[in-house]
Ligand binder design. Sequence first.
Ligand SMILES: [Zn+2]
Ligand SMILES: [Zn+2]
Ligand SMILES: [Zn+2]
Length: 485
Amino acid sequence: MHLQIQTLSLNDDSGSLPAASIVPSNQQVCDSILLLWREEPASEDYNLEELLKVVKERHSEWKLSVESLRKLLQSHSLYATDEKSLQIYSDKVRMPEMAEGEVKLPRSVRIGACSGDKQRGLFATNALKAGDMIFEDLPLVVVPPMDKLVLMQSGKACPLCGSSVSHSQHTIIMNGLDCGECGAVWCSKNCKKNDLTHTSLRHTRSRCRQINLNGWKKYESFCKQYVFVAAYSIGIIYASMILDKNGKNGVHPKFQLLADVSQRIRKDSSDSTNLGGTLDASSGAFTSDDPEPMWTQALDLFKEAFPELDDMDMEAYLNCIGKFNINQVSGQIFPVYSFINHDCEPNVRYEIDDKLRLKLYARKHIKKGEELLTTYVNPLHGVKLRRRELRVNWGFLCHCDRCNRELTKRKEKLTSPTPSAHHSPANSFSDKNRRKSSMRNARPDLHELLKNGQEFDLEIPDNLETHHRKTSVRFDNNVSVAVDE
Ligand SMILES: [Zn+2]
Ligand SMILES: [Zn+2]
Ligand SMILES: [Zn+2]
């Protein structure tokens, strides 16, 4: 049998536009540059001519000159930027003061004061070897994944953790995993026991005066419509606080101890256009439009859902949204982990298991009393993109050893007498590979790869008994398929 490879377009309109016929918007150009940096970290070192060449390869229909590209990138702090002109807001991130013993910590760590912008951090109480587990951390409250709400309501996904449910009717009845009032089915007895909000947010039977069921439903569908994950999550956290009446779960005090900053301040430092989806890329909590009307509407619905909440004004609400966004990891808040500061060469790494437990491990030897440092951004990215994401999302300019080293190297390259030949686009592949192999321990961010239409290798078990192995799949406008001739 002969196979032939055919390329299909996923777009409705497959006809290509004539070359250099369209003047792209500023946002489009900047987005494409940031996408390029994500896909090819070495492209951060291109000069303007090289950059223009690659952009035109990707968008032959764009009409763009070197000079207009220079102006555009400079005006958005993406090229030859004076660091002093960049907006940072780390001084506006509020770290609530805490009394000794207020937070229950695992024995392996303690909270301590840091120098500079960082204010406070987490330190090892004993020496650790590479690979040692440091602690386990449970979410403040489990925030069910918003994108699975429909599946949850029809019993196909667990209404708490969101994992898919395929129990037999027998298993469901024997273990009492169903709700009895709606179609929800939990994945396990544990999830059912820990789901504190289901009845109050889903069923009229609930008599909690502080939660208005219809108001909540409106708020939830609003958040879903705008993919406003942070607002939805704050709603779940508030409902959990209300339902944690005797404070058994400590939701309120733990939430109060998290660092916070207004979402408005964060939005302003993102150039207010959210170039390349840098701001809250993982939570989708922001669109390129002016978010103020959306915020106003969200707050009105929030107050309708929680009618007895009288101290919530716009500032307090945006502080909660910002607080969620700077602390969340994979859509959850892990109270102990959230004390850890950033470094582009972290000494710890984490895994989140299917029970949503975060497990923290040492990546290298850590001395007694040394600060634990994690990475908030994808360590495979280049120095410019990493620092941009840290600045926009967390408000600081990273001056870690790795950033300083890489910045010095860039400066040397830019001022060296034989410019750019060794880092031209054509040779970028080896550069990229080197960077990848040096960070082999870091896991690629699949969500981001998929979002950006990048090519990546699928892990296929070696013992898979098939001769028809596909080793890579490409997600973009075109999809290559093998068809019978
Ligand atoms: Zn579950
Ligand atoms: Zn139910
Ligand atoms: Zn850094």
